[in-house]
Design a protein around this ligand. Sequence first.
Ligand code: P6P
Length: 299
Amino acid sequence: MTTLRQYLDSTACEEPLRDLIELIAYQAIPIREAFIENQSYAGTENVYGEEQAAMDTWADQHLIGVLGESGMVKAIASEEQEDIVLFPDAMGDYSVVMDPLDGSSLIQVNLAVGTIIGIYPGGNALKKGEELTAALYMLYGPLTVLTLTVGEGVCTFALNKEGIYVLMEKDIRMPEGKLYGTGGLKNEWPQEHMDFISLCEQLGGKIRYSGSFVADFHQILKYGGIYCYPALNGKPTGKLRLVYEANPIGFIAAQAGGAITDGRRNLLEVQPEKPDHRTPIYVGSRRMIDLVQSCMKSL
Ligand code: P6P
């Protein structure tokens, strides 16, 4: 049995980064415990005007508190915060980007949700996804599973009954599969996206879409296929965010042999313009990404 710490000690990760990853990963325990008391909507809105679930704010405040007290990070860019939270006196020299609780509205219907984290060296949180030094997500499903890359491939760990992360899978390679999931209302899909989804169906694709990016991506990581949140008619940048969602998940996908694009470019090469930079997202198996890019280029 390999624990998370034993795995981290086997990598080229420097000590402070190992400590930071462990600190964040184990916040899955208090976050999950808070679900039962925080299922309602908080009656507040985030910067996008989206109603915040109580767990959005709880997880956001919890993680900012823990990371701020740790002195390990200089900056935190959170989906639930309008501005980047700065800790200029921090000893540590990392920046964290995060979606504290992605898919939070699903907690009240008991579906899997997750926490998405990206870690950059230095005090600048607005960097390209390809500059990440680590990316991870905690998926709160039947198991609490940590998916992690420190740039040396992708591993998964499950919390055991003693509350310790133990290694489940190492060097994960995303298979070429045919699962597909897509967000947005069909009557808002641009023709190019409509054409791509028709192609997925013609190829015998099976639809898998739960409303939780982390859970839907985790299936793609395991079985292969593609997750889409496209540009929509009237909303050319779609819904999801480059900094907090696309980059950490895309970095993990790339480390497992997959890829992420907005339909035309490798999203990991895109410089974020602002913390709440939105982007269309297609993430999944290499061949599916090549397919969607060929559909978009044919315009
Ligand atoms: P829709 C959750 O709000 C989220 O950001 C992703 O986790 C999820 O894939 C998507 O939005 C769901 O959006 O429009 O299908 O409800």
